[in-house]
Design a binder for this molecule. Structure first.
Ligand code: FAD
Length: 287
């Protein structure tokens, strides 16, 4: 499943911009620990409508200042072309070569202004028109179908439009069912979509947060996993142990099945991702 054009596996880490200076300090420590295993790049999320603009810039700077390859996320909903152009120029000036291009979801309370670009394929086309091939452009993909999509085939067709617009690779929403990923990739290949589709993996460390995220983004927590996690209640140690084994097995299946790498949603915590990295025997993980 590793495509010919990009035979090097892509292992990457996602961060979000902390809200406080203390959070930024903690993040710097976690970045140092995570960077020790030399992932291909770190990505940094961006709140739609520019809601985390400064925090994203600050987090991107923290990474760039350490010489780390960085992929800022950029979402278009709620923004004008001029605002997006400014951000692209800012990143080019910092020598950034990767962007994760998204539509985004407007946070509640930000009004209903949709902005000038309605969907991620329009953002990808805009990035290409403005900056040519200056950026390696990643887009989102949904093996378990985006929650607002009218159906699976139509969602894949919209995904194809992002590729036609110029996306180089995709990162998936997280999931806990490897078969959903493999079926999605097969369906994409049948439509001639040949870019790498890197599975996004969310470590399990906290049940209530995971349940909240999953309900919002349409990621399914299989019933047997959900029931076990609910049974553990406040026993965080057992949640972490069980969660680690579940996600480790998922990663093993993905790698054995030919996934072109893994994008870890680190949630700004080094330990759960590094433990997975080590137990998977990924390069640079140490003894
Ligand atoms: P799109 O690809 O535009 O799709 C959005 C929806 O519209 C889908 O239901 C699709 O089927 C439908 N659609 C697409 N094109 C059309 C069309 N032409 N006509 C009608 N319907 C269409 N959110 C953030 O705010 N900030 C982040 O940093 C962020 N990072 C993310 C990283 C990854 C790897 C992933 C998987 C998601 C991330 N998200 C982020 C969440 C993402 O913004 C939401 O899932 C959002 O709802 C969809 O974004 P998209 O880029 O997939 O949108």
């Amino acid at each position: 499943m590793n495509d010919k054009a990009n035979p090097r596996p892509t292992y990457s880490f996602e961060l979000f911009p902390p809200k406080t200076p203390e959070g930024m300090g903690k993040l710097a420590d976690n970045v140092q620990r995570l960077n020790a295993v030399a992932p291909l790049y770190f990505s940094v999320t961006y709140g739609a409508g520019g809601s985390t603009r400064e925090g994203t810039f600050e987090t991107v700077s923290l990474l760039c200042d350490r010489g780390i390859e960085t992929a800022p996320h950029l979402s278009c909903i709620g923004s004008t072309r001029a605002e997006i152009r400014d951000i692209l120029h800012h990143y080019r000036a910092r020598n950034i070569r990767r962007i994760v291009a998204l539509r985004g979801d407007l946070p509640s309370g930000m009004g209903t202004t949709a902005g000038e670009l309605a969907y991620a394929n329009e953002l990808v086309a805009f990035i290409r028109a403005e900056t040519g091939t200056a950026f390696h452009v990643e887009v989102a993909a949904y093996p378990e179908v985006h929650p607002q999509a009218p159906g699976m085939q139509q969602d894949i067709e919209y995904f194809r439009q992002k590729v036609v617009a110029g996306a180089d690779a995709a990162i998936t929403q997280y999931f806990y069912n490897a078969d959903a990923y493999f079926a999605f990739v097969d369906a994409c290949r049948r439509l001639g979509i040949d870019i790498p589709i890197v599975p996004g993996v969310m470590p399990i460390t906290n049940y209530s947060r995971l349940a909240r995220f999953s309900a919002a983004c349409g990621a399914e927590i299989p019933r047997w996993i959900r029931m076990r996690l609910e049974d553990y209640g406040d026993d965080l140690e057992s949640i972490r142990e069980f969660g680690h084994q579940v996600v480790l097995n998922l990663c093993r299946r993905l790698i054995e099945g030919g996934a072109p790498g893994i994008h870890f949603y680190t949630m700004n915590q080094a330990a759960p991702t590094l433990r997975l990295w080590r137990d998977l025997g990924l390069p640079g993980a140490g003894p």
